[in-house]
Every structure is written in C-alpha cells, then in structure tokens.
Design a protein around this ligand. Sequence first.
Ligand SMILES: Nc1nc2c(ncn2[C@@H]2O[C@H](COP(=O)(O)OP(=O)(O)O)[C@@H](O)[C@H]2O)c(=O)[nH]1
Ligand SMILES: [Mg+2]
Length: 591
Amino acid sequence: MASEIHMPAPVCLIENTEGQLVANQEALEILSGTKNPLVVVAIVGLYRTGKSYLMNKLAGKNKGFSLGSTVQSHTKGIWMWCVPHPKKPDHTLVLLDTEGLGDVEKGDNQNDSWIFALAILLSSTFVYNSMGTINQQAMDQLHYVTELSDRIRAKSSPNSNGIEDSADFVSFFPDFVWTLRDFSLELEADGLPITADEYLENSLKLKQGTTQSDQNFNLPRLCIRKFFPKKKCFIFDRPTHRKKLGQLETLHDNDLDPEFVQQASAFCSYIFKNSKTKTLSGGIKVNGPRLEKLVQTYVDAISRGDLPCMENAILALAQIENAAAVQKAIAHYDQQMGQMLQLPTETLQELLNLHRACEKEAIELFMRNSFKDRDHLCQKDLAAQLEKKRDDFCKQNVQASTDRCSDLLKDIFSPLEEAVKQGVYSKPGGYRLLIQKIQELKTKYLQQPNKGIQAEEVLQEYLKSKESVTDAILQTDQTLTEKEKEIEVERVKAESAQAAAKVLEEMQIKNQQLMEQKERSHQEHVRQLTEKMERDRVQWLDEQERILAFKLQEQARLLKEGFQNESKRLHTEIQNIQKSMEKPRKTCFLS
Ligand SMILES: Nc1nc2c(ncn2[C@@H]2O[C@H](COP(=O)(O)OP(=O)(O)O)[C@@H](O)[C@H]2O)c(=O)[nH]1
Ligand SMILES: [Mg+2]
C-alpha cells in the first residue's frame, strides 16, 4: 500500500520574495514523502476572481486556500495542497493555487510570467480562470501564454531537425481548462444553443487581416491552439448575492445559487475523472519525489537566470533515480544470493546458475526503475558491480570448500598420522598396511558430502605433503626387495601425475564455465537493454503520432478558416516531425 499524505491545509510551494523565486523546504519535504502517482491541477488567473474558492471545491472543502485579503494572498507565488485523489485509489491530487498574478499592489510583477510558466511545467491540468465572458480583456490577460516560448525550453540543445522548440511543447504540456466565472450570457451562436466547449472553440477563431491589431488579436489564440491539444471550458454563474460573496467560505451548498452548485460539481467531476497523472516525456509518471526534483530544478534554473528546460529536468531526475536503481538492483541480488546460496556448492556451475538467475532479476529491476540512462553508464556500473560480486562469491566458494576439506582430512587422517608417529607402520610389511589404510581413508573422505569444488585438489595437496613420510616407511620396510621398492615408487609417481592431471582438467572446466558465464551476463544485459530500447522506441513513436494527429487537425482547421500562412508553417512542422520519425519507424531493435 502506497504511503498517503495528510495535509490539513495548503503550504507555500514556491515563494516570490523580493523578486526571487524560492522553493519552500517544508513543501518539498511533504512531496518527498508522497510516493503515489500525482494528478497535478494548477489554477492561474487574475487576483480576486475566485480561484482559491474553486480549488477548495476540488479539495472537497469550504476552507483551505485562503480567500480574499489574508496572509496567503500577500504571499505571491504558488501554494500547494495535496489530498488523496477522490476517484483514483493510490493517487494523490495536488492542487496548485497561484497568488497575486497581475496584482500591482502586491508589488513586483517581475515574476508573474515565471509563475505562469511554472504552473504549466508542473501541472497535468492547467486551469485558466477569468471573470465574465471570453473578451479581448480576458485574452490580453493571457499574454503570458504568448511569452511561453521565451520562458521555457523543451530541449537542451536546439533541435537538429530544425523543428521549432515550441513544437515540442505539445508532448509535455498539460491539458487546458478555461473556467469562466460570473458568466451571465446565454451560450448561443447564431441563435442556436452551444456548449461551453464550442463557445471556447469559437472564441479561439482567428481574425483575417494583417494589421497590428489583428495580429495582437490572433497571437494568444494561436498560442493556446498550438500548445494545448486538449481544451475544455466551464462556465459558472455567480455563486450567490453580491452582498454574501464576502462570506462564501461559511456558506453551505443550499445557501448558494443551485446553478452554481451544479456547475461546480460538474467541473469537479470532470477534473476527477479526466485529469491525468502528471507524465513526463517517455511515459515517466511523476510521484512526490519526482515533482520535488522538478520544482527544485526549475526554480534553480530561473534563479540562475537560465530558462527552465524540460529535457534537462528529466535528465537530472534520471541521474538521481538511475543511481538509486543500481543500488536497488544490487540490494536485491545480495538478498537473493544470501537467501539461496549455501557455500560451498557441489560444483562451480551450481554457483554460476544461481548467480545467473539473481543477476537476471537484478537487471530486470534496474530496467524497471531506470530511464534515460545516458550512454548506459548506470547499466555498465551495475554490470561491473555484479561481476565483482560473482567473483567474490567464487573466491568465497573456494575458501569455504578448502576449509571444509581441510577439516575433514584432519578428522579422518589424524589417527593415522598419530599411529605413524608412534611407529605402528615402521615394521616389516608396514608399508603395505599403510597404503591399504590410506586407500581406506581416502574412500571415507570421498564419501563425505558437501566438500565443494576443492575436494580433489585439497586431498592431493594433503597426500603430497605426506609423501616423504610414506617414502621413509617404504624404504625401511624389509619385506620388500629393492626391485619391488622401485616399482612401488614408480606406481606412486604415476598415481600423483594422474591426480595432478585430473585437478588440472577440473580447473580448465571451471575456467571455461566462468568464461561462459561472463558471456551470458553480457548477453543478458544486451538482451534486456534491447528490449527496453524497443519499448522506448514504440513509446516515442506513439507520442509523436499523437502530436502529429493534433497538428494535422489544427492545420486542417487553419486551412478551413483561411489562414494559408499559419497553415503552411504548421505544415513544415508536420513534415519535420514526419521526417524525424522515418528512421525510428524502420529501426526495430528486436529484429
Ligand atoms: N463574484 C464572485 N466572487 C467569488 C466567486 N468565488 C469566490 N468569490 C469571492 O471573491 C473573493 C476572492 O476569492 P478568491 O477565491 O480568494 O479569489 P482569488 O484571488 O482568485 O483566489 C472572495 O471574497 C470570494 O468569496 C465567484 O465565482 N464569483
Ligand atoms: Mg487566491
């Protein structure tokens, strides 16, 4: 079960003090503890247009983000409230309320466009709130949207295909919702009733003409059309009599205009049902710690005087998470090996097979938890660490086997050594007896279980170390002729040469097995990497297809409205995207 947060009230996330944007530590800590995927809804618009009140509705509360002239409204910036998502289990709804946009009295307006840009960068649904109808004033107040391409970079380096940077915005940008408050018009066009969405679409129609005023009219409309593939509009009646507006927080639904109650409820239902989990390019779902890093990266960039760059932010995220993914994979490998490995193993292959199974799981875990691993640096690091661990286990295995075999030999042979010392075999016929005894004890030793891979080697070493003793007994045994002694010496020599050859052969087999395992490890890394690259390729193509579909649709609309030039510009963008897709389309990594 994923962790859940409880925030009784909103906290400031990004503070705008004395012209500086600063991320608030308390809010970052709350995020770092929120492991659920996040649905992030941000609201932006002129001050005192009922934004906070509407966000409180999304939180299911009457109070929360403070209304009117309170402490909060004196703090310019972005406020955050994380609540359990009311419709998606194990998801957190993050509400971002912006303060003081366009409010000259609250001082410095320098950072208003940054706050606007940050709300776009951080949210998955972006709500633009305004009073009354969509008129030129409402559009003019949306001038921030026309500055976005000067505020945000999608790619760290200019696009090699020459695609205009803002063309990449589409894949990162939130869904757009326009909320119109105190809307008192009838929704109709040419005398026929229309939906709020149709009203928005109509309002985004461009004006024919090339005068400055035509261009001013068209620019924000074009930007909204160009940046936001998904648009939605909600209208709201005034919630209550003018006199009661000041006490909205204390009013219950039955004290409010029923139309408003119904409209607010429809808005909330839509957001709960349709707002997506915040997702970064490459299908990376944003959770608390990720949003925390995004906030830090963007705010840092702005403080440095740079443009916040979406790609860089993702790469910074990837760096941190991929390093953690290596740790996690290694911990899993250690845990699995620790649980299953009993040293010494009977054969080296047994150890290698176990390593292979655990290594496979570790690589899988890494692949699941990593993304945009530049030059596969982290994967290479993981491979190196796993290789070292395997070698360490091999060494430990040799040691464990050696220790066990030495102990066994000591147990089994020490009575014989004692007897030799006491001269039991230093008598006529003693040599034969000794050889017999040694054979008997060897058999006993070989029958013992769990000796591991050093059984033969340790035995041979032991016997070799005792050769001078047996030799001395042979020489002093008077029952044997000189000839028999010579034959016996030859026999012993041949036997130890044979044993040495066997040990050598075993070593060669072990080496061969190790080499094979190295190759298999490499293949496993390559196999899993290829699969991941293929998944990424498909995902990327999918993203591009969606952008293309949106652009084609927009192009058709521009053509229909008679905007040849705009349509041509979009056509170039479309061609560039199509061109950039040609190669990836043909390069299936699995074939
Ligand atoms: N006319 C009108 N006033 C509202 C509405 N919603 C809230 N208010 C009142 O407008 C004032 C400012 O609301 P607030 O939510 O703080 O606006 P914000 O500055 O945009 O966040 C408060 O007194 C609210 O009670 C609305 O839909 N229409
Ligand atoms: Mg407010």
